[in-house]
Design a binder for this molecule. Structure first.
Ligand code: ATP
Length: 249
């Protein structure tokens, strides 16, 4: 097809002094696809993510969203173009209710639309409710966020990210700190939503069980370089990947 991919990364490079944090990394991601970015500590995953949402500037290389260059744009602009991100540390407001957190996110999204077009639809309670239903949090709407269990907080965070109607969702270690069963639930939910809404998902993850079970495709970084790319079966069978994960680093 001639249509550009949702995300196209080309020759992305970033150094710190003599350290090549990310070196000549290229990959692409389609709408609805779940792509895992893995690699040992210090491989360059966070640096890569930060360059995808504009928090960090590459030394060279390109990032394009549906063919449109995002390289050099500010995080806010890239967010506005449809790149959402969830973090390892949850960023919700503890004293507000679950519903209020989603409403704030919706209002923020509407404000962006208003700034662009001078008018924006109202945010009503039912819309926040729909997003909460989508992540299985419908029954928690009126609880203060501070009372939520960690796994529920992660699902709320997903709803908050979805309020911006992202095309691409970057997830920093989405299942870190969760119990095994919660991990499966969160990843299934993520895949289901990505599929329904045609959202591309790129996630980093240290838990290889989660990666092999839930990613459609995997890319592997080592010392800033992309060393493998393929289906879970292909990556699992890759000798270079096996060597790294057997503890060579
Ligand atoms: P982890 O899995 O531990 O989070 P990572 O794969 O996310 O690691 P990065 O955090 O991107 O790896 O780091 C890649 C390399 O770049 C490391 O050697 C790191 O020390 C270095 N690095 C990252 N950020 C900076 C910075 N601001 N200044 C100097 N060096 C940095």
């Amino acid at each position: 097809s001639l249509a550009p991919p949702l995300l196209a990364v080309e020759g992305l490079t970033k150094s710190y002094g003599g350290i090549h944090a990310v070196r000549g990394v290229s990959f692409s991601l389609r709408s609805g696809e779940i792509l895992a970015l893995i690699g040992p500590n210090g491989a360059g995953k966070s640096t890569c993510f930060d360059m995808l949402n504009g928090q960090n500037r590459p030394d060279s290389g390109h990032v394009r969203l549906l063919g449109e260059e995002t390289t050099g744009k500010k995080p806010r602009e890239i967010w506005r173009m449809g790149v959402g991100r969830t973090f390892q540390i949850t960023a919700t407001f503890a004293t507000m209710t679950v519903r209020e957190n989603v409403q704030v996110a919706l209002i923020s999204h509407r404000k962006q639309l208003f700034d662009l077009w001078g008018s924006a639809p109202n945010v009503d309670r039912s819309e926040a409710g729909r997003l909460l239903e989508l992540v299985g949090m419908g029954g928690y709407a009126d609880r203060p966020c501070g009372e939520l269990a960690y796994g529920d907080l992660k699902r709320l965070e997903l709803a908050v990210a979805l309020a911006n109607d992202p095309k691409l969702l970057l997830m920093d270690e989405p299942t870190a700190g969760m119990a095994p069963r919660e991990r499966v639930e969160l990843m299934r939910l993520t895949a289901q939503i990505a599929n329904e809404k045609s959202i591309g998902v790129l996630f980093t993850e240290h838990d290889m069980d989660v990666v092999f079970e839930h990613a459609d495709r995997i890319i592997v970084l080592n010392r800033g370089t992309l060393i493998a790319e393929g289906s879970p079966a292909e990556v699992r069978g890759n000798p270079q990947v096996q060597a790294i994960y057997l503890g060579e680093g």
